[in-house]
Each structure stands twice: as C-alpha cells, then as structure tokens.
Design a protein around this ligand. Sequence first.
Ligand code: SAM
Length: 256
Amino acid sequence: MLDASSPDLVVEADFPLVADDGRRYRRLPLRNTNKRFNPLTAPTLHFAIWGDPDTGEVRTEPFPGAVEVKPVFGDGSPAVWRWSRPRIDERPGDLVCRRVRGRNGERVDVYQRDWLHPAVGRRRKKLRTIWLADEVGSTDTAVAELKDVLGHVFESPKPTGLVRRILDTMPPDARVLDFFAGSGTTGHAVALANAADGGRRTCLSVNHAEPVRPGSNAALAGFATVADITRARLRAVAELVGGGYVELGAGELGGG
Ligand SMILES: C[S@@+](CC[C@H](N)C(=O)[O-])C[C@H]1O[C@@H](n2cnc3c(N)ncnc32)[C@H](O)[C@@H]1O
C-alpha cells in the first residue's frame, strides 16, 4: 500500500527514462506551460538560450553547433522559462535539448531532466500553497471528529486531515513530537495515518496540566485539565483505531 501512486506521491513508473549512468528520470518542459506566466508577468524569465539537438547540450550563451531557442507556447506565442539564467548556468546537466514535433511542424525545445531519487524510493510532489477545507477539514469538522470520540470538550481543535497532510511529507516511520497537544489531534492523525497505509509512525504527545475553564464543556464533562482531555482522546483513539497507547506520568520524560 505504501508505494501506491497518489496525488501527493510520485512513484518510479512516472520516471520512464534512464540516463547513461543508470539514473531514472522524466522530461519536463523547461518552458512554463501556465499561460499566467508570460513575458508581461515574468519578463526576466523570457530570454533566448542555446542548445544542440544532436548532443542535447544546453547553455545560456551561443556555442558551435547550437541553435537559439526561445520559450513559446504551443500556438507559437511567447512564453517564459521556469528557470532563471543563473540556474541554467548552474545545472546544465539537468537540461537537454531535443527536436520535437509540434502543431507547426518540427522545432527545437529544451527540457528539464527531473530525476527520481531512489534512496527515498517515494518522491514527493511539491506541496500546494493553499490547503482547502474540503480536502483537509476545518475547525467545524475537527469539532465533529472530537465529538465522535469524546464529546464537544475543546473549543478550537485542528482537523486530523490537516495533520495527515503534514505527515504525508514525512516517512511512514516518522517519530512525531507534539509538545502542545491540546485535544490530541496530532496523536489521532498519526493513528489514522498508520491504519491507512500500514506505517509505523510513533507520536509523543505532551500538554501541561492547564486547568480547563470553569463552566466549560470540558469542566461539565468532568475533565480537570487539558492534559486529561489529551489522554482521554488518545486512549479512545487507540481503542477505536488501534496502534497502542502508553501513558507517561508528569516528570517521566525527564529533564526536571
Ligand atoms: C492551541 S492548543 C493545541 C490544539 C491542538 N493542536 C488540537 O488540535 O487540539 C495549545 C495547547 O498547548 C498547551 N500548552 C501551552 N503551554 C504549554 C507548555 N508550556 N507545555 C505544554 N503544553 C502547553 C495548552 O494547554 C493548549 O492545550
């Protein structure tokens, strides 16, 4: 299950090409294919580079055998590169020049050689900047999640989906330390992630014995401290989801 393809994970099959030294890679256009990026919105990324489609070599200056290549969209309108000039100069071995057949016949273009990193075996896609509540949950869904296991005893828990997306950026045997555990969302998310993908993550959840607010739902439910809520949730999660639960008393972590 751990090596299944997903929107967040790149798997080996996505890297069909093999370099002379045996490394696997895929070709990505060096040109930015998103029309929002063009010479008007990103003028510094619109410049000519030189490439030899026979040897594959790419440089930012002319050289014998090279032809000039400018970034263009499929319809021939001007585009921009994804890499700056200094970056191209720094990593010429990660670029390749080739002849390609386009809508308007054959042309010469430049591609990035995007390498698979086999040491990790699982290569992450770049995280998106905006995480939508529809995908990762919201405070409302978090309250409902907590209500399912313990009741409405914490005002602003985080959704487990949010923490699971963060966990997805780490190996499936990550050790997680949550020093401000509150209602225990992170420990809950770790148990769910392990159950979903067979991972062996562990989580150490800590919260100081902050008294709950007098008259709050937590006080009415019989909890004296926030740490009592943390413990009760994680105990309930271990029963529901599995994965185990070990309770340490105050001071057992050491350090005085
Ligand atoms: C915003 S809450 C965390 C909420 C949690 N992420 C959740 O989804 O339920 C922050 C927690 O940190 C705890 N806290 C504050 N100072 C602390 C400290 N010095 N050591 C441990 N816990 C602390 C508070 O009791 C509170 O429960």
